[in-house]
Design a protein around this ligand. Structure first.
Ligand code: NOJ
Length: 565
């Protein structure tokens, strides 16, 4: 084997070997009884995360914010949101995490700020204000908005501001005006702020919708969808790679960081630029192709099911096409997605734990850096919504009103869709134990606790050997014990099966066979010819299987990873 070539292709890095755990602070742990999770709550749970074995925490935004979009609307990047605590609390959390060997990755939200950020407060004052050009202001066109773009949270992407008789651009809510990245001073201010956090000792950045920062020149109209608005088409804009290279030169390259760009609209080809092995921009991206498989004409609002063959095709494309050229992030869940267990797993009592383990195995045995979203390691499920007033999320609430008022979707169907796909499914409080409010708060939680907490909670699972928690702990440990899991090549087997997801990893003469039965029925399986006659070592199995012969009858939702050394 040509070792030099191999080494070059798979340059080792700590962030490739790490497992990241996402905390949504508002819903993680409340230390002071106000019903809202906070930094001291997180500090108190660091030992739990240490026990799970994760290496890095991605902390959703904790900066000062009026909370129009739960912290993704930042009014001061150098202050902590009062509800979450103080900068001293933050420093204590960071210090304790580091003592435990856990790194902290901050959420960097710089496509937009809050409209309450000092830059925007200045910007809207007058056309000749020095901060005017920090944002994207335009005159009306024919008495209407400057173009036909729709905002991601409904309505037009433009908001009229009487004071100066112009519109400003907001791709998200009207309290989230977009920054003008073409302005050099804006970039410098952002880079200075990032440096400030790096000097504090943080370990990385997850970059919110970073693929949208460079708008197309002339801001042209986009194709109109069912909502009546045009697509903004801002993904992967003309200067996005220049700006990220500049960010890399000015900030990222000076520290040893983990960086991941949230890149809606990213293709494999684009990802190779954002996350190239040369490291000129970011370490990796979050792509959305697997999350969009059950999308449709009304964006994500439907009750479609993801087909396994399509899921396999998408995952495998990313696995094979980035190999050696860029690096993958691996995720099923985050604060913007419903619980994957309720989406492609089976959240009934009978199969919940098995399918949670199946999903974990399927993802964690792939090449890339795995991300676990809080509660995923317990097999937390979607929330059983009964009425509209249980929702807190601006996206679901706005979409409900917009699509029902325009009579595009009936109120019954729309309620069904937001209950199934809405982001609040992921945002219900972390279930710590079976006491009142699942041990999340001693007060009234800002969003209801899932009633299944008596059955699904961390305390019970930590005490039970065959729990989802211990299974995830093992998945994480295996990644540390076997380089093949991190660096091995990936090959999809039996691509046409609608029930079985089987793939093989190979590395330095070893092979790892990963078998996942996504069906609620028994399935016959025969190992590939090249492994016939070889004895494999079952590294992990959700049915307690200890060996695999030439063939097997797989139980419903059975999974295993078998190493042939
Ligand atoms: C992506 C974030 O993950 C989401 O929660 C947020 O609403 C939008 N970006 C806007 O910042």
């Amino acid at each position: 084997m040509n070792l030099a070539k191999e080494d070059k292709r798979m340059k080792k890095a700590w962030w490739k070997e790490s497992v990241v755990y996402q905390i949504y602070p508002r819903s993680f742990c409340d230390s002071n009884g106000d019903g809202i999770g906070d930094l001291n709550g997180i500090t108190g749970k660091l030992e739990y995360l240490k026990e799970l074995g994760i290496d890095v925490i991605w902390l959703s935004p904790v900066y000062q914010s009026p909370n129009d979009d739960n912290g993704y609307d930042i009014s001061d990047y150098r202050r902590i949101m009062a509800e979450f605590g103080t900068m001293e609390d933050y420093d204590r959390m960071l210090k304790r995490a580091h003592e435990l060997g856990i790194k902290i990755m901050m959420d960097l939200v710089v496509n937009h700020t809050s409209d309450e950020h000092a830059w925007f407060v200045e910007s809207r004052k007058s056309k000749d204000n020095p901060y005017r050009d920090y944002y994207i202001w335009r005159d009306a066109k024919g008495g209407k908005e400057p173009n036909n773009w729709g905002a991601c949270f409904g309505g037009s992407a433009w908001k009229y501001d009487e004071k100066t008789d112009q519109y400003f651009l907001h791709l998200f809510s009207e309290k989230q005006p977009d920054l003008n990245w073409d302005n050099k001073e804006v970039r410098k201010k952002v880079f200075d702020m990032m440096t400030w956090w790096c000097e504090k000792g943080i370990d990385g950045f997850r970059m919110d919708v970073i693929s949208l920062i460079s708008k197309r020149p002339g801001l042209p109209d986009g194709p109109v969808g069912r909502s009546g608005y045009g697509d903004h088409g801002c993904a992967n804009g003309p200067h996005v790679h220049d700006y990220l290279k500049e960010m890399n030169r000015e900030v990222l390259s000076k520290y040893d960081l983990i960086t991941v760009g949230e890149c809606s609209g990213v293709t494999v080809e684009e990802a190779k630029k954002y996350a190239s092995a040369e490291g000129t921009e970011l370490n990796m991206v979050f792509q959305f192709e697997h999350m969009d498989l059950d999308g449709g004409e009304n964006f994500k609002w439907n009750h479609e099911k993801i087909r396994l063959t399509e899921l396999k095709a998408v995952m495998s494309k990313w696995q094979t096409e980035l190999a050696g050229k860029a690096w993958n992030s691996l995720y099923w869940c985050n604060h913007d997605q419903p619980r994957m267990l309720s989406r492609i797993g089976n959240d009934t009592k009978e199969y919940r734990e098995r399918s949670a383990k199946l999903l974990g195995t399927c993802l964690h045995m792939m090449q890339g850096t795995p991300y676990i979203y809080q509660g995923e390691e317990l097999g937390m499920t979607n929330y059983p919504f009964q009425s509209l007033d249980e929702f807190r999320d601006i996206e679901s609430i706005n979409a409900y009103h917009e699509l029902t008022e325009k009579k595009i979707v009936s109120p019954e169907d729309m309620f069904d869709y937001i209950s199934y796909k809405g982001r609040d499914n992921a945002r219900t409080p972390m279930q710590w134990d079976d006491s009142r409010q699942a041990g999340f708060t001693s007060g009234t939680p800002w969003i209801a606790v899932n009633p299944d907490y008596k059955e699904i909670n961390a305390k019970e699972q930590m005490e039970r050997e065959d729990s989802v928690f211990h299974y995830y702990q093992k998945l994480i440990r295996l990644r540390k014990e076997h380089e093949i899991i991190v660096y091995g090549d990936y090959k999809l087997l039996i691509p046409d099966s609608e029930e079985l997801y089987v793939y093989m990893r190979s590395y330095e003469g070893q092979r790892l066979l990963v078998i996942c039965n996504f069906a609620e029925k028994e399935m016959a399986y025969e190992v590939p010819e090249e492994l016939m006659g070889e004895e494999g070592d079952v590294l992990i199995s959700n049915y307690g299987r200890t060996e695999l012969g030439h063939s097997a009858v797989l139980e419903p939702y059975e999974c295993m990873a078998v190493l042939y050394a």
